[in-house]
Design a protein around this ligand. Structure first.
Ligand code: FDA
Length: 306
């Protein structure tokens, strides 16, 4: 995490900046680097390609913060279709969903009702659904709903915990207690200091602490980071404690540290890549830009020259 992350996210929120970036469209090289394609067929091609390299995938139909019940229902259709099409295509039916795409801004009841058919489909195709974690205003509600989903579908659903949140330790303890599958990330949103660590060092220290707990006592945790120091620490811990490489997986984002993705597989570790696709790529794209100063500079140069 670097110091420019918060300002970059703030600038990206401006409709004017969004308009300028969108004007370049999907064809812009940097969008293509982070987003697998605009439709499911193209995304499935990316998934098959990763599979040939020994890398598993989780598919994410981009979109968040829908404002109507119709849009939320449409998202249920998309997510169930992805699960079915992936199974039919002979790849693992594994998706990542966002509750705000399923109506969380309308009401908890709307999001809850929309998730059940997705989990039912996941069970039918022996698939898996990861509930992504969004900004901190949704954390408590997302976790409460997740616990209901997990009570009914313990093998089909998992959650994400963000190490930048001060509450993360308590949440990890609770998830370990219920043996829920956790994807551990640093956190991608701009959060106020009262509830989140703002220094990169603190976020990393918390990540290490939570990673240790999950690797030792959690159920098949996902160590989702591109940070070489954290990955080395995970490798050191599993070697020291004799934790088998099939008891956890590393996860990375599509287009980020591709060499490291292949390298970890060559070392005998499991690797899953988050494969986002769809036309609503702007919010996801801005979070990726904010993660690395070089990306932000690249976009700035494109805007100035365009
Ligand atoms: P950090 O940001 O410190 O990056 C370490 C190094 O990785 C950088 O120095 C750079 O080399 C490389 N790198 C990282 N990001 C890059 C980028 N965008 N472009 C180029 N290089 C980059 N967050 C969240 O809040 N909710 C969620 O549900 C998820 N889900 C999720 C799934 C998966 C599979 C991953 C890998 C990540 C997420 N995240 C997420 C995002 C996460 O919170 C975090 O923002 C990013 O992973 C970046 O943090 P790192 O741990 O990689 O460390």
């Amino acid at each position: 995490m670097h110091v420019l992350r918060r300002p970059v996210l703030a600038v990206a929120d401006s409709p004017r900046v969004e308009h300028l970036i969108r004007r370049n469209g999907f064809s812009s090289g940097l969008v293509r680097r982070f987003v697998a394609g605009e439709d499911l067929e193209t995304a499935l091609t990316a998934v098959r390609d990763l599979k040939t390299k020994g890398i598993a995938s989780t598919l994410d139909q981009l979109g968040e913060n829908v404002t109507t019940a119709e849009e939320a229902i449409a998202a249920v259709g998309s997510y169930t279709e992805i699960l079915k099409r992936a199974a039919a295509a002979g790849v693992e039916p594994n998706i990542s969903i966002k509750l705000t795409m399923l109506g969380l801004d309308l009401a908890d009841d709307v999001a809850r009702a929309n998730v059940w058919p997705i989990l039912e489909t996941a069970q039918a195709v022996d698939g898996f659904v990861r509930v992504d974690m969004e900004r901190s205003t949704y954390t408590a509600r997302t976790l409460a709903l997740f616990e209901e989903f997990h009570d009914r579908y313990p093998d089909q659903v998992g959650i994400v915990i963000q190490s930048y949140l001060r509450r993360a330790h308590a949440d990890v303890d609770r998830m370990i207690e219920r043996q829920a599958r956790v994807r551990l990330v640093k956190g991608a949103y701009s959060e106020p200091p009262g509830i989140a660590f703002t220094q990169g060092r603190e976020v990393d220290t918390n990540y290490l602490r939570l990673m240790d707990l999950l690797l030792e006592r959690g159920r098949y945790p996902a160590i989702a980071t591109h940070d070489p120091a954290l990955i080395d620490a995970a490798k050191e811990l599993v070697t020291r404690k004799g934790i088998a490489s099939d008891r956890f997986e590393f996860q990375m984002l599509y287009g980020v540290r591709r060499d490291a993705q292949v390298g970890l597989v060559a070392e005998g570790y499991r690797m899953r890549v988050y494969v986002p696709f769809g036309t609503r790529w702007y919010p996801y794209f801005t979070r990726r830009i904010a993660e690395r100063p070089a990306n932000a500079l690249f976009v700035l140069r494109q805007l100035v020259s365009g």
